[in-house]
Each structure stands twice: as C-alpha cells, then as structure tokens.
Design a protein around this ligand. Structure first.
Ligand code: AMP
Length: 442
C-alpha cells in the first residue's frame, strides 16, 4: 500500500513525502479511507503506531473539501481533544507538519501558560484546535471559545482522559458541539466506560484496530529486578552506569519521588531531569526539549509521561516504582521500542509489588525475565538503532549537584513526525536529510 492509494490530496502527499514516510502504517491504511468517506471511527491503537497521521491527514483533506464551511472569525472547524499538554503540543506539531502545504490555521490550548495568545488565536478563527479539556472549558466559560461550528471532533487517548477524570469535562464540551458532525475516537484500551462513551457519541462507527488491546510492542525486552525499596536508587544508578542507553525514561509513582530520585541521580553524576504535574509549564517544556536533544538523557517522570510522548530513541524505560495498574505498564513501556526499534523495559519489584507484577504478567500473558541483583553486571543493550553513536554511560562522577559526564550518547532528537525511522517496520529512508518535520523544540 502506498499513500497515493489512499486518495490523499497532492498537498498532503507532498507533506508526507517531506516527512520522510514511504508507506502508510497499518492504522493509517485502515482508518484513512473511512475518515475520508465521512464515517465515524473508533480506533483502538497504541501510540507509536502512526495514529496521529491516521486522523490528521484525512481531517485536513475533509476540511478543504467543498461542503465544509470555510474558516471564519471566531469559528473552530475541527477540534482535537487530548489528555496532556505534551500530547497537545505534539499533535499540534503534527498538524503543522502534515498541513504544511494546506494553508491550515491551527491553535493549541492547554493550561499552565497565559491564555491571551490562545484567546486571540481563537478569535481569528481556526481550522484545527488542539486542546486539553480543562483550559478549553475555561476559555468557553469566559466566552472566548465558540464550538458551535465544529464539523469534526477527535478524542485522542480517550482511555487516558477517562483515567485523568476528564469524562465530565468532555461531556460538557460535547454539549456545545453540533450533533451533526464527524467524530473520531482513539483509545489504546477499551474499558467499559470508554465503550459506553463511544456508544453515546459515535454514529455507527467503523471499528479500526491494529494491535491486540493492551499488547506491548514485540520489540521490547522485559526484565524485572527484585530489590528492597531503600536499595532502588543505587540499583538504578548502577544499571544506568553499566547499560548502553541512548535515552532512559524512569517512572516513579509520585511527584515527590520523582524529585527525590532526580536529585540522587544528579548527585551521582547522572544527567537527569524530572517531569511531573507540579512543574511549571516552562520547566516541563525545557525538561522535554533537553531529553529530546539528549542533553539530559535521563528523564524521571510520573505517569504524566506514560502516554503520548513520542521521542525517538528511548532505549530504556525503567519502572522504578512498579505501577499498580497493569495497563499503565503497557503505556509506560510503549515509550520505547517505537516504530519497530528495539527497546528495554526494566522493572524494579519490591515485596509489596509482587501482586502488581503478577497482574502485569497476566496482562502480557508472559513472565518478565528475572534478573536478580546485578551487582556490577552489565545489562545487554537493546540493540540501539545507531550503535555507532551509542557509548556506555560514564560512571558516576560523584560530584554532588553537578551533572556528570554520564550521558550525551544519543544522536540529537529528530522530532516527531518526519523521522523516517531507520529500522522501522514501515520506514524506507527519509526524503530530506536534516528535515526536522516541523517540530518546534521547547
Ligand atoms: P504516533 O503513533 O502518531 O505517535 O506516531 C509515532 C511516530 O511514527 C511519529 O514519530 C511519526 O512521525 C511516525 N510515523 C507516522 N506515520 C509514519 C509512516 N507512515 N512512516 C514512518 N513513520 C511514521
């Protein structure tokens, strides 16, 4: 299958070529024709499958077709709702990339930043609005966002929005959107409340599913270390020092835990930053940008980063605190092994976590590989895609508070769409070397 076979318009095909994509991914092949035909779609797909393009490309095409009212001041023509600021930013970047030849005007609204520029963008009228529910409702309640002209609605990461308690907000927003519209809903998992929401808001949807529900990428190796809680920081530091990694994402259960661990890592000379909901938007953006560029190759995060983050070359995900929710495990490790690359998921299991571990193994239908205390052993590298650029992490320098040498081994982040993805199951080389696919870092 080629993109040309999907009947996408020439400006979109050119944008896809510029992004370096040679072939559509399975979710794109399945979803795009239905969206173009005006059908509602219920997509069950994990991030990393190319699902953003699966809805953005046909949505942009539909908006340019006759029969859809043109852009006008104060009007929003298509609305994409998603759970986190980071995801909103990423989707907006995808709209920029795929819409580069389509004269599309878009706005992105999320909390934690000034609302003035967002309100002004909305006043001017936008083709595509990407929003998190909280800030959008704020703007609506002040009369600054008018959704009465929305033709196309996308709910992305619907199950995550449910987990974050956004369901009432979503229903309030839906109330303000015309019933006659096209609705696309994507969710990595399909728990009962999501099915119910889908029944309520979708009109005879076409189901599109590309991966078994809650199945992780097959290219990820899963390991588990049994460890006592107080020994966890030292174990992580040792593993980071002895593991060939490009970027490592470390999940903690709490925000304070993330801060504490980041401090310990930095004191051990590991370049690390924390990402969680108590950080200012500026700090969150900076932490992500520095992780993308591998300036800070270790990011310690709460589950705010478990979904939607698309950063190339995350070679390792550490479940420093094992999650009590098995499906969250799948989302966390979905940050590595993306688009056909190899990845490693390393979990720490204390006595208290054993029931969680069993639940995860039940969901995966396979045991995680037991590794025991590594005591200086060398972890096998998950075949980094650019072995020539991967070097082992330097040993901790031990200078308190100083970012040590551990770390700048990966190539700089390439940006989200437009990666071309060497080693990917659907990659075929990049059309333009050096093309950053429209990502605005930071
Ligand atoms: P998503 O699942 O939308 O988060 O996309 C995951 C990654 O796949 C992003 O970096 C996209 O740029 C990339 N991608 C999307 N579609 C394709 C494609 N057809 N070929 C190669 N890479 C793609």
């Amino acid at each position: 299958m080629r993109f040309e076979d999907l009947r996408l318009s020439e400006p979109l095909l050119r944008a896809v070529r510029t992004a370096g994509y040679n072939h559509p991914t399975p979710i794109q092949t399945s979803a795009i024709p239905h969206v173009l035909a005006g059908r509602d779609v219920l997509g069950c797909a994990q991030t990393g499958t190319g699902k953003t393009a699966a809805f953005v490309l046909p949505m942009l095409q539909r908006l340019s077709e006759p029969g859809h009212a043109p852009r006008s001041p104060g009007r929003v023509r298509a609305l994409v709702l998603c759970p986190t600021r980071e995801l909103a930013q990423q989707i907006s970047e995808s709209v920029t990339t795929y819409g580069r030849n389509s004269h599309v005007r878009q706005a992105v609204v999320f909390g934690g930043v000034r609302q003035g520029p967002q309100a002004r963008a909305l006043q001017a009228g936008v083709d595509v609005l990407v929003a998190t529910p909280g800030r959008l409702l704020d703007l609506m309640s002040q009369g600054l966002a008018n959704l009465s002209g929305v033709d196309i609605l996308v709910l992305d990461e619907a199950d995550r929005m449910l987990d974050m308690g956004f369901l009432p907000d979503i229903r309030r927003i839906l109330h303000q959107i015309p019933k006659k519209r096209q609705t696309l809903m994507f969710s990595a998992t399909m728990p009962e409340p999501i099915r119910k929401l889908a029944d309520d808001i979708l009109n005879q949807p076409v189901p599109v599913q590309v991966a078994r529900i809650s199945s992780p990428a097959p290219t990820v190796d899963h390991k588990v270390h049994f460890v006592r809680s107080p020994e966890k920081p030292a174990l992580l530091i040792r593993l980071l020092a002895h593991t060939r990694h490009t970027r490592a994402l470390v999940f903690t259960r709490t925000k304070r835990g993330a801060d504490r661990l980041t401090k310990s890592l930095m004191q051990a000379g590991v370049r690390a930053a924390a990402l969680h909901g108590n950080k200012s938007q500026g700090a969150r953006t900076r932490a992500l940008a520095e992780f993308r560029s591998a300036k800070t190759p270790v990011l310690v995060a709460t589950d705010i980063a478990a979904r939607g983050l698309d950063i190339d070359d995350i070679s390792h995900v550490f479940n420093y605190d094992l999650t009590p929710d098995a499906e969250t495990y799948v989302h966390r490790i979905g940050r590595t092994g993306r688009a056909g690359a190899r990845g490693a998921a390393v979990s720490f299991c204390t006595d208290d976590d054993r029931a969680n571990l069993r639940a995860i193994e039940r969901l995966l239908q396979a045991p995680l590989e037991r590794v025991g205390q590594p005591a200086g052993r060398v972890e096998s590298a998950p075949h980094p895609r650019r072995p020539e650029t991967a070097r082992p992490a330097a040993r901790p320098s031990g200078r308190p508070g100083q970012p040590g040498p551990a770390g700048h081994f990966g190539r700089p982040g390439r940006g989200r769409p437009g990666g071309g993805r060497p080693g990917s199951q659907w990659a075929g080389g990049r059309a333009h070397k050096g093309e950053r696919g429209g990502r605005r870092e930071g």
